[in-house]
Design a protein around this ligand. Structure first.
Ligand SMILES: Cc1cc2nc3c(=O)[nH]c(=O)nc-3n(C[C@H](O)[C@H](O)[C@H](O)COP(=O)(O)OP(=O)(O)OC[C@H]3O[C@@H](n4cnc5c(N)ncnc54)[C@H](O)[C@@H]3O)c2cc1C
Length: 394
C-alpha cells in the first residue's frame, strides 16, 4: 500500500508531492541508482530539466558496488556483433565521459584505455580464444577489429611477471578500466550538479499508468511523470511487469578477491586480474547460479587465487585482504535489454551486466530516445522480444 502525501505538501527536496494524477512532478523518473540508472539519469539532464532518480538504498543487491572495473570489449558479443559494436562505442566515448565528469565534479574515475589481455592457461584455451577473436574480426566487417594473439617470448616481453603456466593471451587495444565506485559517485554528483534530484532510501513498490502519467509510489510519497525509466538491476523484472513488460533477468554471483597494496608490476589489465591505481590487485571472478546469495565460498576463492598465482607467481607471497560476492544482472543470452512498453508508452527499461563498460553510451545515447526521439539503431536488436518463443506449428 502506498501512503499518499497530504495535499499540497512540499518535501525536503522542494518537489511538490502529487495530489492529482494529471500533475507531473518531473519530466522523467529513473528508478534505480546503480551504474545503469545513474548513467542514464545523468544523460537525461541534457534532454529534460526535471529528472528524478529514486534508489532503494544500501539493503539492495547492488551489482554496481561489487564489480571488477573493466571497460571491456574483447569478450563481448561473440555471435552478436551488434553488442560488440555497442560495447566498443562505449569504450570509445569513455575518455570523453571521464573528462566531463572530472570537470563537472572534481571526481577522477581513474579511467584508462591502453588495451588489455585475456590470459590462456593452455594451448586449447589459446586456440579457442584465437577462433573467437577471428570471429570478432570477421563480424566487424568494415569497422575492423584489431587483435593480437601473443605467446612465448613476446608475451613475456609485454607481461614480464607472467608465469610459465600461461600459454598465451589475446590483446585488443579497445579495453581499459575505471574505478566503479568513483564512477558511480561521479555520475551521481554530475547529475545533481545539472539540477537532477537524487532520492536515496526510496523503494518503488507501485507504478500505475493513468491518462499518460506514471504514478510511482515509494511508500514515502507518490511522484508523477509522463516518462519513467526502470533501471533497477535485479529488481527490474518485478517493476517492469507493472508497465506491461516481461524482462527475463536472473542473478549470477561473481566473487572477487582484493590484495594488499604492492609495487606496480602489471601495467595493463587482464580479464581476471588487474592492478588498481592504489596498488591493490583485484582478482576474479566466478560465475555461479545461486539465486540472491552474495556469500563468499572457500571453493571459489581457492580457484580464483590458484589461477591468479599460476598467471603471476609473484602473487604467491601477497596477502588477500578481502573477498566479496556480488550479483550480476543477466539476461538469458547475456546481452543488454532496452525496451519501451507498448501498453504504457513512456515507460522504458534498461538492464545489462556491464554497467561500467556501457556507462558512456548509457549517458550519451539513450536520453534522446527516452525523451521522444527515435530509438538508436545500435540497440534495435537488444529488445526483449528476442526471447519470445514461437509456438511450434502443429
Ligand atoms: C562480480 C562482478 C563483477 C563485475 N565486473 C564488471 C566489470 O568489470 N565491468 C563492467 O562493466 N561491469 C561489471 N559488472 C557488472 C556491473 O556491476 C553491473 O552491470 C552493473 O552494476 C549493473 O548495474 P545496475 O545499475 O543495473 O544494477 P545495480 O548496481 O544492482 O543497481 C540497481 C539499483 O536499483 C535499485 N533498486 C532496485 N529495486 C528498486 C526499487 N524497487 N526501488 C528503487 N530502487 C531499486 C537498487 O537499490 C540498486 O541501487 C560486474 C558485476 C559483478 C557482480
Amino acid at each position: 500500500m502506498v501512503a499518499m502525501a497530504p495535499a499540497g505538501r512540499f518535501d525536503y527536496l522542494g518537489l511538490r508531492t502529487m495530489t492529482d494524477h494529471r500533475t507531473a512532478n518531473a519530466d522523467v523518473i529513473v528508478i534505480g541508482g546503480g551504474l545503469v540508472g545513474s548513467a542514464i539519469a545523468y544523460g537525461l539532464t541534457r534532454h529534460a530539466s526535471r529528472v528524478v532518480l529514486l534508489d532503494e538504498g544500501d539493503q539492495a543487491f547492488r551489482a554496481a558496488r561489487g564489480n571488477f572495473g573493466l571497460v571491456w570489449v574483447q569478450s563481448k558479443g561473440d555471435g552478436a556483433p551488434h553488442y560488440t559494436r555497442w560495447s566498443r562505442m562505449s569504450a570509445e566515448r569513455w575518455p570523453g565521459l571521464a573528462a566531463e565528469l572530472l570537470e563537472a565534479t572534481g571526481v577522477d574515475t581513474h579511467h584508462e584505455r591502453n588495451g588489455g589481455f585475456t590470459l590462456c592457461l593452455s594451448e586449447a584455451e589459446f586456440l579457442d580464444r584465437r577462433a573467437m577473436m577471428e570471429r570478432h574480426h570477421r563480424d566487424a566487417g568494415n569497422d575492423g577489429f584489431e587483435y593480437e594473439m601473443v605467446a612465448g617470448a613476446e608475451l613475456r616481453r609485454r607481461l614480464p611477471a607472467v608465469g610459465h603456466a600461461v600459454y598465451g593471451a589475446s590483446f585488443t587495444p579497445y579495453d581499459g578500466t575505471a574505478n566503479p565506485l568513483f564512477t558511480l559517485h561521479a555520475l551521481q554528483a554530475a547529475f545533481a550538479a545539472r539540477g537532477g534530484v537524487y532520492r536515496p532510501g526510496r523503494t518503488v513498490g507501485r507504478i500505475a499508468y493513468e491518462g499518460g502519467t506514471f504514478r510511482v509510489g515509494t511508500g514515502m510519497e507518490e511522484l508523477g511523470a509522463p516518462r519513467i525509466v526502470i533501471a533497477a538491476g535485479n529488481g527490474t523484472p518485478r517493476l517492469a511487469e507493472m508497465v506491461g513488460l516481461h524482462i527475463p533477468l536472473h542473478p549470477e554471483r561473481g566473487q572477487i578477491l582484493v590484495t594488499e597494496r604492492v609495487a606496480p608490476f602489471l601495467d595493463l589489465p587482464t580479464q581476471n586480474l588487474r592492478q588498481t591505481a592504489e596498488g591493490t590487485l583485484l582478482m576474479g571472478d566466478s560465475r555461479e547460479d545461486v539465486g540472491f546469495d552474495t556469500a563468499t565460498t572457500a571453493a571459489a576463492i581457492t580457484d580464483i587465487a590458484a589461477r591468479a598465482v599460476a598467471s603471476f607467481p609473484i602473487l604467491r607471497d601477497i596477502q588477500v585482504v578481502r573477498a566479496w560476492g556480488a550479483l550480476r544482472v543477466l539476461s538469458p543470452d547475456g546481452l543488454p535489454i532496452y525496451a519501451e512498453s507498448e501498453s504504457c508508452p513512456g515507460a522504458f527499461v534498461a538492464a545489462c551486466h556491464s554497467g561500467v563498460t556501457l556507462a558512456a553510451v548509457h549517458a550519451r545515447e539513450l536520453g534522446g530516445w527516452i525523451m521522444g526521439a527515435d530509438k538508436p539503431a545500435a540497440i534495435a536488436k537488444l529488445h526483449p522480444g528476442r526471447f519470445d518463443v514461437q509456438a511450434p506449428r502443429t
